[in-house]
Design a protein around this ligand. Structure first.
Ligand code: V47
Length: 361
């Protein structure tokens, strides 16, 4: 009897997906509880191919992390340090530019710049960072600072978020990465990151970002203490905001890495990684791109995810620190040839893109 009800339920969900109808919260719960991974994959793959055909996108990018000093003590984070800690670091302007010079090649199109929420580096420092990098590399897109970092810069400067963002934009900021979203649930945030802005604030700051014509990404940190319902709630709140602004470029599920963290726990399973990426593709019907961050999923899983809703593999990522502090065993960067190989040998067509998903070459 129960089996029959389930069959009917999933037939109804498939029908809605094929008809292009929006799925409900209850549909989302059913999908997140569903253990028929082939069903989820087939549905997600249909949508992925409808939106992006056989293409899988990637970019040539590099990461620069100006400092690991952070006022927040998020229990899932192994990267952050307090001022005065032995392994705290805080790069000067010259050192940041030096790091960017080391990382950038003639083919790099994007710098991803994020650090901790620094106790006293002010907005002026960060606008100088951006304008100096932009002067040095005028053609490189600067995807910089999470809204959490920018909100703190604004508070230190005594201006509102919108004005701080305008200054950063004038200095060369191109878009905003999706970090800091974690899980919007206040129950989880209270336990994991009580000092961080709330889920509602994160959404509001991205709303303001989009209203200034600045695009951004969205993420969800999964595989720790969140419930399936909290994952669905997170996805639906993102879908609502995207419906309103259309400003998100991509959604990136982030697989929790437990090592060296206060929270501890287990690494995510392959099954959960497949499920979360597939369900995200199915529910987020107004997001053009679902990205597998191979640094967190591993390159092998990133290959398989291209048949479970994913159409983007992020980039060459020279060189990652945040996940590796939490025990990632993946490389800290991949060369372009290998990324293209991961895509080709999954039966997809590699498409180099810039940050805004314009094809290159
Ligand atoms: O906000 C921190 C997460 C995020 C851990 O926008 C962890 O293109 C797993 O946002 N295990 C930063 N995750 C990374 C990020 C990102 C990455 C790639 C591309 C883009 C983009 C954005 O990493 C943090 C947090 O949610 N994180 N610690 C950990 N132990």
């Amino acid at each position: 009897m129960l089996e029959k009800r389930h069959t009917r339920l999933f037939r109804d969900i498939s029908r809605k997906v094929v008809a292009g109808e929006r799925l409900s919260r209850e549909d989302g719960f059913s999908l997140m509880e569903c253990d028929d991974i082939f069903y989820l994959g087939t549905l997600a793959n249909q949508l992925r191919e409808k939106k992006n055909g056989s293409y899988t996108y990637y970019n040539i990018n590099a990461h620069v992390n100006p400092s690991n000093i952070c006022i927040n003590s998020c229990r899932f984070c192994a990267f952050s340090r307090k001022e005065g800690d032995q392994d705290a670091y805080d790069l000067s302007l010259e050192e940041i530019i030096g790091k960017a010079r080391e990382a950038v090649t003639g083919r790099t199109t994007e710098l991803h710049i994020v650090g901790g929420v620094h106790p006293h580096k002010d907005l002026g420092f960060y606008t100088t960072v951006l304008s100096t990098i932009k002067k040095t590399f005028p053609y490189i897109h600067l995807k910089a600072f999470t809204v959490t970092e920018i909100q703190h810069m604004a508070e230190l400067a005594g201006v509102c978020f919108e004005d701080a963002l305008k200054e950063l934009k004038a200095a060369g900021l191109g878009s905003i990465p999706g970090g800091g979203a974690e899980i919007f649930s206040s129950r989880v945030r209270k336990k994991l990151c009580p000092n961080k802005i709330s889920g509602g604030q994160w959404l509001e700051l991205h709303r303001i970002t989009h209203s200034l014509g600045i695009r951004s990404n969205a993420t969800m940190l999964y595989g720790h203490i969140e419930t399936p319902e909290e994952r669905i709630d997170h996805l639906l709140r993102l879908r609502d905001l995207q419906q309103e602004t259309g400003g998100f470029l991509a959604f990136i599920p982030l697989a929790y890495h437990p090592y060296n963290t206060a929270l501890g726990g287990e690494k995510t399973t392959g099954f959960l990684d497949l499920k979360v990426h597939a369900v995200s593709r199915i529910l987020l019907d107004n997001f053009d791109h679902i990205k597998a961050y191979w640094i967190m999923t591993g390159p092998d899983m990133a290959q398989i995810l291209q048949s479970f809703g994913v159409d983007d593999l992020d980039g060459t990522v020279t060189e990652e620190k945040i996940t590796h502090a939490a025990g990632a065993t993946t490389p800290v960067s991949l060369d372009e040839e290998y990324l293209r190989h991961l895509i080709f040998s999954a039966g997809r067509i590699p498409m180099e893109r810039n940050t805004l998903y314009e094809a290159i070459g």
